[in-house]
Design a protein around this ligand. Structure first.
Ligand SMILES: CC(C)(COP(=O)(O)OP(=O)(O)OC[C@H]1O[C@@H](n2cnc3c(N)ncnc32)[C@H](O)[C@@H]1OP(=O)(O)O)[C@@H](O)C(=O)NCCC(=O)NCCS
Length: 211
């Protein structure tokens, strides 16, 4: 009985009381970082955002940020980092869980995309490949390679996936858990592994695109 009371009060605290406080923090963060956030969003936990470019998030954004809000093992929070002159555009009905997106060029996530826990999406190498420049004052801008990332509508990114610069994930396509995506994935395919490779096609059913 006491165990159920403790569990119940924990759930009440995490899902009913804390979210009210987190909502205020998230609204202030979006205001501070100049984020365009669409209607009807539901964010559990607080977003960590650093924006020196443009970040736009569409309607019905769903997010779990913090270990309490993701039972599948993503212990991190959501971090959105957008550099100078960079643009991160997230469409409508996108869900994101304890993942990090670092945008130094351009990242576009289209509508209805699901991104699982603990993913990393980076459109930059962060550092120069030249050891003489790396970690010096020249280790930025033109000396660091960046390429655009596009994640097309209805794509599903499994847990703990890393998506590297220059990659397009096709419409309806799925990336398996723990994959490192280095090459673009066509529409309607499942890819997985490190580096991610073609696994199989997704064929349409009466209900839509399912295996
Ligand atoms: C990619 C995935 C969706 C495919 O599911 P499935 O169609 O049932 O796949 P199967 O288990 O039949 O595996 C098919 C093949 O892909 C391989 N494979 C599947 N997932 C893989 C992965 N993550 N990494 C590497 N290979 C993988 C399997 O070994 C198998 O290879 P084989 O044909 O040589 O035997 C699934 O494996 C997966 O990663 N699920 C986790 C999704 C996730 O992270 N959800 C949480 C988000 S919040």
């Amino acid at each position: 009985m006491i165990r159920y009371l403790i569990r119940g009060s924990r759930i009440l605290y995490i899902y009913k009381i804390l979210p009210k406080w987190h909502k205020i923090i998230n609204i202030l963060t979006c205001y501070r970082e100049n984020i365009v956030l669409g209607k009807n969003w539901l964010i559990y936990g607080v977003l960590k955002i650093s924006n020196k470019g443009i970040i736009k998030i569409g309607d019905n954004f769903r997010a779990n940020s913090g270990q309490e809000y993701n039972p599948i093992g993503g212990d991190d929070t959501i971090r959105l980092v957008c550099g100078v002159n960079a643009s991160l555009v997230i469409g409508n009905n996108v869900s994101l869980s304890n993942s990090t997106i670092v945008c130094h060029n351009e990242i576009t996530i289209e509508d209805n995309v699901g991104i699982g826990g603990n993913c990393k999406i980076w459109d930059t190498n962060f550092h120069s490949l030249d050891a003489k420049i790396r970690f010096t004052a020249f280790d930025k801008n033109g000396n660091v390679s960046t390429k655009k990332i596009l994640i097309k509508s209805n794509a599903f990114i499994g847990s703990s996936v890393i998506i590297l610069k220059g990659v397009t994930i096709g419409e309806n396509s799925i990336v398996g858990a723990g994959s490192v995506v280095t090459k673009s994935i066509p529409d309607n395919q499942i890819w997985a592994g490190n580096p991610a490779k073609y696994i199989k096609n997704i064929t349409p059913t009466a209900y839509g695109f399912q295996e």
